[in-house]
Write a protein that binds this ligand. Structure first.
Ligand code: NAI
Length: 330
């Protein structure tokens, strides 16, 4: 089985090459370029392609893949909103994905952001490097005995709830479904109550029509003054303009973002030599109590190894012809 991997970085190559020794008969060629209708032609002579979150697998791309004899699209991520499923299925191309890999990776990063903005670690790192050993502006507050509000208690939200419980926090939860795994230490409440009572609000629900801009001027007003907001889920859960307004009004003690609305052209790219035209990210970064990371929540050894294993298991499933819960259906 010959697979062409698109949009690969050195860490993808390293992780998959390590796992590959357990999967004899699978051959991989790694490409740096991403999969689009301009690069789909390169798949000639392969059985499958493997793509990532920002690949553009629209109608034209799928048509070229089909003409090249591709029978399998492997998504090495959970999302598949970038794939024209109907066209792929019409051509009999199977799509398999990695629905979950390491919830703890993302949850631990969420707590990392919360701790960073709380204790101003991003400021103290710079200060001490400049021989400034003063403590001015670094005062935080204890998480112990404060309240954490977890919005979305699926795999990642549940892991974050466990971490907050471990910190000695009182845990409030909001979800459209209650997760029984949390019943011993978390209380499900309405979103309004969660916002009103939480010292730390952490977002862990998917981006859907009902969650789009769920954090906006109105919901920010419902939050406690001096709250910490963390978003490791999807940028558009938060209406950025309203967040900036809230930060300017001193509503937040701190804001930690692993995702933000404008992130798409930035994610995983080194743009340090460029003058960025849009100013929203720059405006957010201008505030001393905001910390932004670039969609790195998933980025641990364990998560990458799990992604590689599931992707290669998906190849085996394809070869066996069996159905799988990892199948993406239109
Ligand atoms: P999951 O599917 O296990 O959990 C999502 C939870 O959100 C479910 O319990 C669902 O009922 C709940 N939910 C759905 N609509 C809701 C609403 N309107 N209000 C409140 N809760 C709602 O998903 P998982 O694995 O926990 O991932 C959560 C999100 O984390 C993903 O959707 C993705 O956006 C993000 N993510 C971020 C990564 C990163 O690197 N920063 C990596 C992986 C995922």
């Amino acid at each position: 089985m010959k697979i062409l991997f698109y949009d690969t970085k050195s860490y993808d190559k390293d992780t998959f090459t390590r796992e590959l020794e357990h999967y004899p008969g699978i051959e991989i060629k790694f490409l740096k370029t991403d999969l689009t209708h301009n690069t789909a032609e390169l798949s000639h002579g392969y059985d499958a392609v493997c793509a990532f979150v920002n690949s553009n697998i629209g109608t034209k791309t799928v048509e070229i893949l089909h003409e090249n004899g591709i029978r399998l699209i492997l998504m090495r991520c959970a999302g598949f909103n970038n794939v024209d499923l109907a066209t792929a299925h019409r051509y009999g191309i199977r799509i398999l994905r990695v629905p979950g890999y390491s919830p703890e990776a993302v949850a631990e990063h969420a707590m990392g952001l919360a701790l960073t903005v709380n204790r101003r670690l991003h400021k103290s790192y710079i200060k001490v490097r400049e021989n400034d050993f003063s403590l001015g502006s670094l005062m935080g507050f204890n998480f112990h005995r404060k309240t954490a509000g977890i919005v979305g208690t699926g795999k990642i939200g549940a892991a974050m709830a466990r971490i907050c419980h471990g910190f000695g926090m009182n845990v409030l939860a909001f979800d459209v479904y209650e997760n029984p795994a949390l019943k011993d230490f978390a209380a499900y409440v309405s979103l309004d109550k969660l916002l009103a009572e939480s010292d730390l609000v952490s977002l862990h629900c998917p981006l859907t029509d009902s969650t789009y801009h769920m954090i906006n001027r109105e919901t920010i007003q419902k939050m406690k003054d001096g709250v910490i907001l963390v978003n490791t889920s999807r940028g558009a859960l938060v209406k950025t303009e309203d967040l900036i307004e809230g930060i300017r009004a001193h509503k937040f003690f701190g804001v930690g973002l692993d995702v933000y609305e404008e992130e798409t052209p930035n994610v995983f790219e080194d743009r340090s030599d460029e003058i960025l035209e849009h100013s929203v990210t720059a405006r957010l970064l201008s505030f001393p109590n905001v910390m932004i990371t670039s969609h790195q929540g998933f980025f641990t050894r364990e998560a990458l190894a799990a992604i590689a294993q599931t992707t290669l298991d998906n190849v085996r499933v394809f070869e066996s012809g069996e159905a799988s819960p990892n199948d993406v259906n239109a």
